[in-house]
Each structure stands twice: as C-alpha cells, then as structure tokens.
Design a protein around this ligand. Structure first.
Ligand code: FE2
Length: 211
C-alpha cells in the first residue's frame, strides 16, 4: 500500500494490483505447481463423440482396443528388451531388426490410443496399468537365449493377430468401419509381416553345408 500511494495510484488500481500479487508477493508469472484435482472422466467410460456411432458401439470398440493397446505396448517394449539383450552370431541383424519392429509397434500404439480417444474412451497409458491389462506373459528381467526371445515374440504376434481378426469382425458387425480398418490394415498387417521376418530366424537350415 505504501508503494501505490507513493506513485499516486487510485484505490481501484491498487486493489487489482494487490490481486496480481495475491497479497503474498506472488506474481502472475509464477508457475502453479503441485496441483491435483478430480478426474474429469473415469477409465472405462465413454463420452459421446459426434462421429455418428452409438455409444454402446464406441464403448465396445474402445474396450477391445484398450486390450489390444496394452498388448501392443507390451510387444513394443519386449522388442526393445530383446534389441538390447540379444546375443550370439546373429547379434547385429537381430539387434537392428528388433529395433525396427519396436519402432513400427510404437506407431501402432499411437494409432490405437488415438482411436480410443476419438471414440470417446480413455486409452490405457501407464506401465502399471498396461501390465495389469496385457495378456502377453511377463518375461524374466534377465537375459534369455535368442530362440527363446524369438518364441516369446512369435507368441505375442499370434495373440495380437487373433485379437485383430476378432475386433475387426465385431466392429464390422457393429458398423464401426474405422476400427475395422485400423485392426486389419494397420495392426494385423504389421503383425503378420513382423511375424514372418522373425519366424524365418528359427528355421533350422544349414549355414554352410547342405544336408
Ligand atoms: Fe538402440
């Protein structure tokens, strides 16, 4: 107050200035940290979006896509684990291949998650929630042999491929063409292709001398 009087400011101006400083010397430019509040949408619920689909259809697709998302996040992370931990004669090519597949799975993660959101749902995101939802068995934290790494990847791919076909079929019946297209054109096709590239590494053919 003493300062505003010195500059000849009106009481009205003085009070606005007082709010800016909140009476505690805090500037408007001060970042407001440590904030918490209520959730604005519960996980598992669906808000109505203007895309011409009934809420029950959006809810069904979002629920199925969330499981697919959890599996895809897990497969992406398993590819990274194997990218880092791979060993042996084929280290270099598998190191590169696993990273390429991880990158492609990461793109699918974003596509699936954003479709869940545009359907009005909430995409599962954090690792502990993903771990509870995924159907892919948890690998050990330690390092495994290459054939075991590949077996785990192929099992995950097959699980996801089956899931895609089921989601696509039910989305088609429900009239959710976008989910059908995502499940087939993006997720299924990518997983089928990756399964082929990985599976050929466990065909037991001679390297030098024919049998
Ligand atoms: Fe890397």
């Amino acid at each position: 107050m003493r300062r505003t009087r010195q500059h000849g400011m009106s009481n009205r101006h003085s009070s606005r200035n007082g709010r800016r400083n909140a009476g505690n010397g805090r500037s408007e430019a001060q970042p407001l940290v440590d904030q918490r509040g209520k959730q604005i949408q519960a996980f598992g619920s669906v808000v109505r979006m203007p895309i011409g689909l009934e809420s029950k259809v959006c809810e069904q697709s979002a629920r199925q896509l969330n499981i697919l998302l959890a599996d895809t996040i897990t497969l992406r992370d398993m590819y990274k684990k194997h990218h880092w931990q791979v060993s042996g004669h084929t280290f270099y090519q598998l190191h590169l291949l696993f990273d390429k597949h991880a990158g492609e799975q990461d793109e699918l993660v974003d596509e699936i998650a954003e479709r869940i959101q545009l359907l009005g749902g909430i995409a599962v995101a954090m690792a502990h929630d993903v771990a509870e939802m995924t159907r892919i068995p948890r690998p050990p934290a330690g390092r495994e042999e290459v054939p075991v790494q590949i077996s785990r990847l192929l099992e995950a791919h097959e699980l996801i491929c089956k899931s895609c076909r089921k989601i696509a079929e039910e989305a088609d019946e429900a009239g959710d063409d976008g989910t059908n297209d995502l499940a087939v054109s993006d997720v299924l096709r990518t997983n089928e292709m990756q399964a082929w590239f990985v599976a050929e590494h466990v065909v037991d053919t001679p390297l030098v001398r024919a049998k």
